[in-house]
Write a protein that binds this ligand. Structure first.
Ligand code: ADP
Ligand code: ZN
Ligand code: ZN
Length: 690
């Protein structure tokens, strides 16, 4: 019998099945693994021919214990994880087990299944029973019966554009990709709610993906209120383990009707799935950056295709991949051109040329004036700066010493609030030195500005204002993020300073001014996706202003006000930007007009990384079919070459044909497993950080 085990190897493992009852795919079992025990998943009958040489079935180790009957991990789920394993060329065992909550895949210290599994399962079964009874009662008129909602929800009357979009979502049958392209504040959420409601009436489940954990509390509250008495559960990595396990069981048994989740939720089995929604589909957070480097939006589309259900992708700034598909007619485009709230319009965008108005402590005087007058008018401002900490580096004025990280080719960032220097790459931290470690000079200064420093400047500029900082540091502890967002939404905070965390999705009522700082580095970045990202971020952060009407403004400080990206931003013209960018990508044969993968190699010495990649290339070249061109580029060290004492290099593989690229990878990768030696390597399909 073949068992999937969570190890970084591409094969399944053969065990003897000592039980009378026939095994079934997806059953969780305990198997001996070296001197330990592990949880595995039954995969299928063993191919005797596949047994390692010199082994017969009598010498096989036996499965020790069967933990469940496997019915939750059904054929549909199997299809999706098998696709993911094939497409991302990632070990199936890792994908399958890592898709489950930890309690279902890791034995406790005593080598037993954690008790919370039974608890969570019982909880879900009770809910499922209640659900089935309610469905029985409501069979004739599902939308009327059941307990009344906890709070009186007051849904707005849909605009004509929203109505048309809802209509299109409702009539969609079978796999239908829909691109809901709606400007910020156009009421996409309202469209989702109506579309979801429609599905729930038919007794179906809906999966709603959001890019950030911090968007889930507001979404959950809204969906629960509006869709009561239907059961809404959330899944994300910040949930307590028991909670996560319970919610997983509720989704997997069908006890829950709506699952709101971050990217990891896409691999949750949902037996009654009727629709998938991917909100802010352009968001880079849908890309997992370690382990299986998958793109949850793409998996959501595959899920929709396999299950034959509509997939709604929503955004004001769609990814160029999705935009291209809509242009080609592969996705049906639904457009919302206006803000939903009467009288609300998009903010006026103005550029502040820092050549004419030099910044003092990061702020030019027109920016300061705008902040002051917004505060005096009783409105909120957002200051957007994509860099956390106080200063990106600490330097010595005497000898030129710089706070470099010992383990990485990167500076340690000065975190004044936490009184330490921190490496954002490896996480190393140390106290701020009182004097220069090199020359003893006590005059150490911060070079450059992060959110903490701007927060300090703003506090000086607006001493009476409440300034809140929202970034990965200020929201690290449990509950901090909810508390900060609560302050922000309540209007008690006057100025919000933060990273892209505050740019996304939030429906702030009282923000009238957005100030974007430090955008120039991205204008001239080597990364080919940098303009797309910057444009989306600026459009999104602009979108937080003026959502309830009134004149709102966005100010951008830049040395390059002539840059074409700003022309499109000023006009709120995503399409102009997209067309311009698409033309450039087409000419350069970049995605979405070509397909890419990278091989990354990690080792203590860069030489070994490069040597491995060179060997890999030599092994790969003969496998390339003349009629299926695939290009293997030169191996190169990463820009930040050393992280945590490990050197990194990578090699890009490109093709204009996706099938050709994948055929090549399938033939090539098995050879790499054999030649890696002590080099750690991995493949990334559709890489984004290039
Ligand atoms: P988006 O996600 O498109 O940026 P939201 O869904 O957050 O926009 O909606 C923005 C605001 O508009 C919300 O406060 C929402 O309640 C409100 N809204 C949505 N639809 C309507 C409508 N038809 N009439 C009035 N207000 C609406
Ligand atoms: Zn010094
Ligand atoms: Zn480091």
């Amino acid at each position: 019998m073949e068992v999937l085990v969570a190890v970084p190897l591409p094969q399944t493992f053969t065990y003897h099945w000592p039980f009378e009852q026939a095994p079934r795919f997806g059953q969780r079992v305990v198997v001996p693994w070296g001197r330990q025990k592990r949880i595995g998943l039954v995969y299928g009958p063993c191919q005797v021919s596949a047994l390692p040489e010199g082994m017969d079935s009598a010498s096989l180790k036996s499965v020790e214990q069967v933990l469940d009957d496997g019915h939750l991990l059904d054929g549909a789920w199997r299809q999706l994880i098998e696709f993911a394993a094939r497409y991302y060329h990632h070990p199936l065992g890792l994908i399958a087990l890592e898709a489950l909550p930890k309690a279902l895949r890791v034995l406790n210290a005593r080598g037993e299944e954690p008790v919370m599994v039974t608890k969570a399962q019982a909880h879900a079964e009770k809910r499922l029973l209640a659900h089935q009874q309610a469905a029985g009662v409501n069979a004739k008129c599902p939308e009327k019966d059941g307990p009344s909602p906890p709070t009186v929800a007051n849904p707005p009357t849909l605009t004509a554009e929203q109505q048309a979009a809802v209509q299109a979502c409702s009539v969609a049958a079978g796999f239908t990709p829909l691109l809901l392209y709606g400007v910020t504040g156009s009421g996409k959420t309202e469209v989702y709610l109506h579309a979801v409601e429609e599905r729930l009436k038919r007794g179906e489940q809906v999966l709603v993906l959001l890019p950030e954990i911090n968007l889930t509390p507001a979404a959950q509250a809204l969906y629960e209120t509006r869709l009561a008495p239907h059961r809404v559960v959330v899944l994300h990595s910040n949930l307590a383990e028991l909670q996560r396990t319970k919610h997983w069981f509720e989704a997997a048994t069908g006890a829950a009707d709506v699952l709101i989740a971050t990217r990891l939720g896409v691999l949750t089995p949902m037996p009654r799935l009727g629709m998938v929604i991917v909100d802010e589909e352009h968001d880079p957070s849908y890309k997992q950056q370690d382990g299986m480097r998958y793109q949850a939006r793409d998996l959501a589309l595959m899920l929709g295709k396999q299950r034959g259900v509509p997939v709604v992708l929503g955004s004001a700034t769609p990814s160029l991949e999705s935009w291209q598909k809509a242009e080609e007619g592969q996705y049906k485009r639904l457009t919302l051109t206006q803000r939903a709230v009467t009288g609300a319009s998009l903010p006026k965008v103005e550029l502040i040329n820092t050549a004419n108005f030099p910044a003092k402590e990061g702020l030019s005087w027109p920016a300061m004036q705008a902040l002051v007058s917004t505060f005096e008018a009783g409105k909120q401002s957002i200051v957007f700066l994509n860099r956390r900490g106080y200063s990106p580096q600490l330097v010595c004025g005497g000898c030129g010493w710089v706070s470099n990280c010992e383990h990485c080719t990167a500076h340690m960032v000065w975190h004044k609030s936490e009184r330490n220097l921190r490496c954002h790459h490896c996480g190393a931290a140390q106290r701020v030195p009182v004097q220069c470690p090199c020359c003893g000079n006590q005059d150490l200064t911060g070079f450059g500005r992060g959110t903490q420093r701007i927060e300090e400047t703003l506090a000086g500029l607006l001493p009476k204002a409440t300034v809140l900082r929202i970034d990965a540091d200020s929201t690290r502890n449990k509950g901090q993020m909810e508390a900060l967002l609560d302050e922000a939404h309540s209007g008690r905070a006057d100025v919000l300073v933060g990273t892209q965390m505050i740019a996304k999705g939030h429906d702030f009522a009282n923000v009238n001014l957005v100030l974007a700082l430090n955008v120039d580095a991205s204008l001239f970045s080597h990364a080919y996706r940098a303009p797309e990202r910057l444009f989306a971020q600026l459009m999104q952060v602009a979108g937080r202003a003026g959502r309830r009407g009134g004149e709102a403004t966005m100010l951008v400080q830049t040395r390059y006000p002539q840059h074409p990206l700003f022309e499109a931003l000023k006009a709120h013209d995503y399409e102009r930007f997209a067309n311009h960018e698409m033309q450039a990508r087409r000419e350069a044969r970049m995605p979405p007009f070509s397909y890419q993968a990278t091989i990354r190699a990690d080792h203590r010495t860069l030489g070994n990384c490069l040597a491995f990649l060179k060997t890999a290339r030599e092994l790969g070249d003969p496998l390339i079919q003349p009629d299926e061109p695939v290009f293997i580029c030169d191996p190169v060290p990463l820009t930040v070459v050393r992280v945590g004492g490990v050197e990194r290099a990578q090699m890009l593989i490109e093709s204009e044909s996706r099938p050709a690229l994948h055929r090549f990878l399938s033939a090539w990768l098995p050879l790499l497993y054999e030649h890696a030696g002590s080099v750690r390597w991995f493949l990334e399909v559709d890489p984004v950080e290039l």
